[in-house]
Structure formats: C-alpha cells, structure tokens
Ligand binder design. Structure first.
Ligand SMILES: NC(=O)c1ccc[n+]([C@@H]2O[C@H](COP(=O)([O-])OP(=O)(O)OC[C@H]3O[C@@H](n4cnc5c(N)ncnc54)[C@H](OP(=O)(O)O)[C@@H]3O)[C@@H](O)[C@H]2O)c1
Length: 345
C-alpha cells in the first residue's frame, strides 16, 4: 500500500515536496484490532501545526519520516473486534495512508472510530458537514456567536468547509449571512448557497465591497482567517459585536512568532473602542447535538454540503498545500483514495 510521510518540516506554506509517497507492506489486523481501507482523506488546515519544526500549540508534532496524521473515512475490511464488522464504514484518524490497522479499545482521546450511517448522507460528509467542520461551524455560530434572528453575521474563509456550513446555519437561525472569499467564482458559489451578500478579499476594492455588503455593520464575525481580512472587517463591526475566533489561517504559513510588523496596538484599540467580545474556541465542542441539528437541517433541505473531491493518494500533498496557497474548490476539500469493497458506502 501507499502512504504519505513527512519529508521536511514546513517553512512558510507547506509545499508538495515537504511530503513523500512510500510503498509499504499492507498491515494486518492483530488481536482486538480492525483493518481499515481508506476511502477519503480530509486535508484539514489545522494539520499545518503538526508539521512545524517547533510546535507552538498543543498539536502533536510529526517526526520526519512519520506517516501523516489526520481524519479519514474508511471501510472495515477485517475485524477482530466485536463492535466492528467488514463493510462497516467509519470516521477515524488513521492519516494519509491507504490502509491502517488499529485497536478501537486503545484509541486516543478522540475515542474509537465513529461508525457512519450511509443512509443518512454520503459517508464523505463525516469529514465535512457531519464531522469536525460542521461541529466547528455550529460551535462558532450557535454556542459562541449566539446568533439571533435578524442579526448580520460576517464570515471569513466562507467558501471553506467551516464557513460554507456556518453561513447556512446563520440562515436557518434567521440571520443575514455575509461571506468573504477569494475570487469572483467562490463569491458566486456563496450566493448560490444562500449567503445574502459577499465580498472578494482578493479584489482591490475589498473594503468597499464589504461596506456595501453590510451597510449597517455586523453583529457577529466568525473569524477563520485573521490578518488583513480581519483588519478590514473589524472597523465595520457594530459596538459590542461578538467575534468567535475559529482560526487564523493567514498566519499559519508565516509562523506565529513572525517578526511583525506588530499590529497588536491597532487590534487592541479596536477591541476596546468597539467593546468587542472575542472568544476563541478549539475542538469540536458542539459534539453530538451539533451534528444532530445539522443532520436534521440537511434532511429538511435547509443545509447543503458542498464538497470538492480530487483523486488518488498521490494528490494528497498538493491538495494540502493548496489549502494555504489558494485553490478553486468550494466546501470541504477531500481526496478519494479508495473505492469501498462492500455495500456500506
Ligand atoms: N477552532 C477549531 O476547532 C477549528 C476546527 C476546524 C477548523 N478551524 C479553522 O477554521 C478555518 C477554516 O477551516 P476549514 O476547514 O473551513 O478550511 P478549508 O475548507 O480548507 O478552507 C480554508 C480556506 O481559507 C482561505 N484562506 C487560506 N489562506 C488564506 C489567507 N491567507 N487569507 C484569507 N483566506 C485564506 C482559502 O479560501 P479562499 O480561496 O477564499 O482564500 C481556503 O480555501 C481554518 O483557519 C481552520 O484552521 C478551526
């Protein structure tokens, strides 16, 4: 089987050459283990923290030569565990490899592989709307943002996995969703998803576009990006606006201890003057309740689950790199690495 290993710690934005494809023997399911065949790999931005030479957060650090970690959807192809049978489809964190053997009873803090119900939705959604990104969007909009009907919510990286679901949750709650994305095509896709207005942060008139999109300002800013995008949004927020701080992808490649310039003084001034309520959150805190609500809204046709799929494990390094350097994909970006053998998916 093939797997992707870390060949070099990322300097700046990750590059495909930071990874290497290896051919290794197929693992076997040992005592109490299951053998998983990977169907989809999610190239999540937060994996960037794991490929830093110096780790600044709690993320697990990769050693050079280690197979890359990360969430996948996989099919059980052999089982020595009573809770799993061949053809079951699960969400697991077995990383960028075509097969993996693991012991469900010895899983990490995230728990054993989550069994999926293919009748509910395509199993790939376990890595998007019905997985971590969906829970994150729910946490940001419902629990941290506390969005109410009639409020205006502006969302950065709105065409991504989290943002595309977050904007639709705003609409379910009766709010007005304003999406920020890079390029006209992504902005058009957001309008198609039901966002009320959009602004293209790559356009020279981004600030004017944003002002037009939310002439009375915004009550909530779900921030996935930081950097210039956030510095353009902040002056347009209403007094006392809430800012769920979900991510800061604009800084992932530059290093969090970059030399500056130090923009904290301006940031502090805006927080104080506007009485902003900023609350960061990490981890899929919304849990089952979030996923159940999203599944219900999907069933009722109120939430769509945009995803973009590229093919083959060889495509994983480039797909991961493109998350930071720009791509045309809308919604969750997945790599399909295998076809299911059984009927489960
Ligand atoms: N707090 C948590 O628990 C949690 C959980 C999951 C994700 N997150 C964070 O949430 C954010 C979104 O995650 P996701 O899964 O939705 O990611 P995603 O689907 O991969 O989308 C990321 C998008 O960010 C935009 N982007 C990248 N670099 C940028 C830059 N320098 N300036 C502005 N936009 C940039 C790109 O869209 P454009 O083409 O529009 O530029 C890219 O497609 C990330 O920051 C991620 O780390 C946090």
């Amino acid at each position: 089987m093939k797997r992707v290993v870390l060949a070099a710690y990322a300097r700046g934005n990750p590059k495909p050459g930071d990874f290497r494809i290896e051919q290794v023997a197929l693992p076997e399911a040992g005592e109490g283990e299951i053998l998983l065949k990977t169907l989809y790999i999610a190239v999540d931005p937060l994996l960037r923290f794991s490929v830093d030479e110096t780790v600044l957060t709690g993320a697990g650090r990769m050693e050079l030569g280690m197979p890359m970690v990360g969430p996948v959807v996989a099919e059980v192809v052999a089982s020595n565990h009573p809770a799993y049978a061949p053809a079951d489809v699960v969400e697991a964190r077995t990383g960028w490899q075509e097969y993996a053997a693991l012991a469900p009873d010895r899983s990490d803090y995230r728990g054993p592989p989550r069994k999926l119900d293919p009748a509910l939705a395509p199993v790939s959604t376990a890595l998007g709307a019905l997985g971590g990104p969906g829970q994150t969007a729910y946490e940001g909009i419902v629990n941290v943002g506390r969005v109410k009907a009639g409020e205006t919510v502006v969302i950065s990286a709105a065409a991504g996995a989290v943002g595309s679901i977050a904007g639709q949750i705003v609409k379910v709650l009766g709010g007005r969703a304003v999406g920020i994305a890079g390029g006209a095509a992504k902005c058009a896709a957001l309008l198609d998803l039901g966002f009320d207005a959009v602004a293209d942060y790559k356009a020279p008139d981004f600030a004017a576009q944003l002002q037009t999109a939310m002439p009375e300002g915004a009550d909530v800013y779900l921030d996935n990006v930081g950097g210039d995008v956030t510095m353009t949004v902040l002056p347009l927020l209403k007094r006392g606006a809430r800012m769920p701080m979900c991510g800061f992808i604009a800084y992932y490649g530059v290093g969090m201890e970059g030399p500056g310039p130090d923009r904290l003084p301006g940031f502090y001034r805006l927080i104080m003057n506007k009485g902003l309520e900023i609350r960061g959150f990490a981890g899929m805190l919304a849990g089952r309740k979030g996923l159940e609500d999203i599944a219900g809204w999907m069933k009722a046709g109120r939430i769509r689950f945009p995803e973009s799929i590229v093919e083959g494990i060889e495509a994983v390094p480039a797909a991961f790199s493109s998350v930071f350097s720009g791509h045309d994909h809308v919604g969750k970006l997945l790599v399909r690495v295998g076809a299911p053998a059984g009927p489960g998916a």
